[in-house]
Every structure is written in C-alpha cells, then in structure tokens.
Write a protein that binds this ligand. Structure first.
Ligand SMILES: Nc1ncnc2c1ncn2[C@@H]1O[C@H](COP(=O)(O)OP(=O)(O)OP(=O)(O)O)[C@@H](O)[C@H]1O
Ligand code: SF4
Ligand SMILES: [Mg+2]
Length: 339
C-alpha cells in the first residue's frame, strides 16, 4: 500500500502542491458617484490544494464574492497573479473557456441559477454542449445526477425546477457543475437559502465528492458553523484582506485575530459575552490607515492593545499580506506580541 492511499483527504491535501494560487491579488472598482475607488480585494494571497476544502468567511461586503469571481476568471484582477495547476491564468477567450471547465461555480440560490423553462436534463447537459462534449451525453448527465444524489437519474430528467424541492434544485446545480468533471468547485454561499436539514445533506454531499473525486473546493460563506462542518482550512476576510487563516480546528477553537474572535463570539453555542462590533461598517472606498479593523476593534477600544504597547501601531502601521500557504497566520499587532 502506498503512503498516498493511507492518508486522509485533508492530510493528502496538505501534502500536495497547490492547485490554485492567488498572489498579491487586488481588485479595484471605480468609485460610485464621486467616491474613491472601491478596493474590494486589497492584497490577498490564497492557495487551494488538491482535495482541500477552504472556507472563505467574513461579513457582507468584505469582498468574498469578488475574490471568488476572480479565481473563476470572471473578473480580471487589477493587479496580482492567479495560477492554476502551475500555469498563469490566461484571459484569452479559448484559454478561459478551457479553464472554466476545470473550475466550476456553484451559486447560492438554486432557483436563480436554474432556467425555469429548462428541464433537469437540459440544465445539466448545457455545460456539456457549451464545451462541445463528444461522448455519450445521456450517460454523462445521468452519472452527474447520480453523483449529486438524484437517483435514479432518469426519474429527474424531464422535471422542471418548480417540481423539485430546494435541496433537489441545489443538487441539480451541483450536477451541472460535476458533469464537466472539474478539479475545483467554487461555491458561493451554497446552502444559505436551504433549511437546516437540507443544508446538512448538501454539505455531506460536498464532503463525499471530495472523498470520491478528489475535488477541491472554495466555499464562500458568512457562516462559521458551516466552515467548521466542511472545511479543512479557513480564511477570514475583512475589508478586502485575509486577516487570519489556518486549519479550521485551530482558527475556530483558538481564534487569534480580534475580528475572528468577535465573529465566533456571536455564535449561539459560544461561551461568554458576545462581542458587538461598534463603528462604521467597512467601506472599501475608505480603507482606514494602520490596521484596517482598528476603528471597530474591541481589543483597541478596551485598552488591551495600549497595555500591550501596540495601540499606536494599530492606528498607524498597516499589516503585511498573509501568505496563502498552510499554517495559522494572523494579521494583528496585538496577536503578534502575545504569541
Ligand atoms: N461591480 C462592482 N462595482 C463596484 N463595486 C463593487 C462591484 N462589485 C462589488 N463591489 C463592492 O465591493 C465590495 C465587496 O463586494 P462583494 O460582493 O465581493 O462582497 P461579499 O463579501 O461577497 O458580500 P456578501 O456577503 O454580501 O455577498 C462591496 O463593497 C461592493 O459594494
Ligand atoms: S492590529 Fe490592533 S486594531 Fe488591528 S485587530 Fe489587532 S489589536 Fe485590533
Ligand atoms: Mg457575496
């Protein structure tokens, strides 16, 4: 037996070379109505390894979808680099088309991503047709539906989205991604619109696909509980930057960044008092100087940063971009002097 086959999927992922690498990524949108440009993604390094599930978490507007869309080749970065399987991402149309077969998007709202006038069969076959698939289309559609847990697949071929439950619709969306045999799935809030029991089933499906197909996934969510259930690694994003990253069990059981601590403190099962963040919600057109979280930071507000001798740095000194590789990393002056 080789070492490869004895390793758990997460360990295999950690041992392998990155499938996707983003380096010093910046995505800036023109300012609206005279505002300064919006630095939606403002210096991000991120690696996703084969067979690894990475959760990207953070509150609304922090840049998760923009980052995810850039990894899919849907938004060209203003600066920085994306490489897939060791090759720089090319934005020439043929190369992008080939790339979009290998990296598939699964969207949040299954009703919105399915055409109500298309049958399940047509919805799943669409990607094959776009990519000029020359094999047995019916067999490929059937296999993708089976893999997504819709069995026997023939029973679903002629159904329309409105004849399915929310969970079944999400499975059709996942089958539509799987049919192209991608290596990476980018799932933007894949279960946000589903009720709790169906969410569990869809998450279990994503985990099974990782085990069976060696799929990698970036799962975008503002739900830390979801990250806990599904991901190997988590990246916490605040105002265009990743502020803490590491193995899920390390970051979520011993968060070091005050922002991660605040996010975790409001979960229903969290011990102690919830940390209610004060100050303006983040605006990517007005990124503060110093630590970008400083105007809302509970550690700075409570005087703890002052006592640790870093309060001035908090207000004036920006923090370096965290490297996208494994291991826990934190962008915080206070966390740095505590460790
Ligand atoms: N096309 C665009 N033009 C201008 N600003 C944009 C554009 N797309 C996104 N933004 C801005 O970039 C920031 C990040 O948006 P993004 O959609 O990536 O956030 P998000 O983390 O996915 O939020 P949510 O959790 O609400 O989905 C927001 O301030 C948003 O207003
Ligand atoms: S660097 Fe300072 S302001 Fe920023 S999160 Fe850390 S303690 Fe808070
Ligand atoms: Mg989003």
């Amino acid at each position: 037996m080789t070492t490869e086959t004895t390793l758990e999927p997460a360990a295999r992922a950690a041992a392998s070379a990155p499938l996707l690498t983003a380096s010093d990524l910046h995505i800036t949108f023109p300012g609206r109505r005279g505002a300064d440009p919006a630095r939606a993604v403002d210096g991000v390094d991120l690696d996703i390894r084969r067979g690894e599930i990475v959760a990207l978490v953070g509150e609304s507007g922090c840049g998760k979808t923009t980052l995810a869309r850039s990894l899919l080749g849907l938004v060209a970065p203003t600066s920085g680099r994306i490489a897939f399987d060791g090759e720089p991402l090319s934005y020439r149309s043929r190369a992008l088309k080939a790339y979009r077969k290998r990296v598939q998007l699964v969207l949040q709202d299954p009703s919105g991503s399915l055409n109500p006038r298309h049958t399940v069969y047509e919805a799943v076959a669409e990607g094959l047709r776009i990519h000029g698939y020359g094999g047995d289309e019916r067999a490929a559609v059937g296999e993708a539906l089976s893999r997504a847990g819709l069995r026997p697949p023939e029973r679903f071929f002629l159904r329309y989205p409105h004849e399915l439950s929310g969970g079944q619709r999400q499975r059709v969306v996942i089958a539509g991604a799987l049919v192209l045999e991608p290596e990476l799935i980018v799932a933007d809030e894949p279960v946000a619109s589903l009720d709790a029991s169906v969410r569990g089933e869809i998450l279990a499906l994503l985990l099974r696909l990782r085990e069976e197909l060696g799929l990698s996934a970036l799962v975008v969510t503002h739900d830390l509980g979801l990250a806990w259930n599904i991901a190997d690694r988590v990246a916490v994003m605040y105002l265009g930057r990743i502020v803490e990253t590491g193995a899920v069990e390390d970051v979520l059981t011993a968060p070091q960044h005050p922002y991660t601590q605040a996010l975790l403190s409001v979960l229903p099962e969290a011990p102690g008092e919830p940390v209610v963040l004060t100050g303006e919600p983040p605006d990517p057109s007005r990124v503060p100087s110093g630590c970008r979280f400083h105007a809302r930071c509970q550690i700075l507000a409570s005087g703890e940063a002052e006592r640790a001798g870093v309060a001035r740095d908090c207000r004036t000194t920006d923090l370096p971009v965290l490297s996208g590789a494994g291991g826990t990393q934190v962008a915080c002056h206070w966390a740095a002097v505590r460790s």
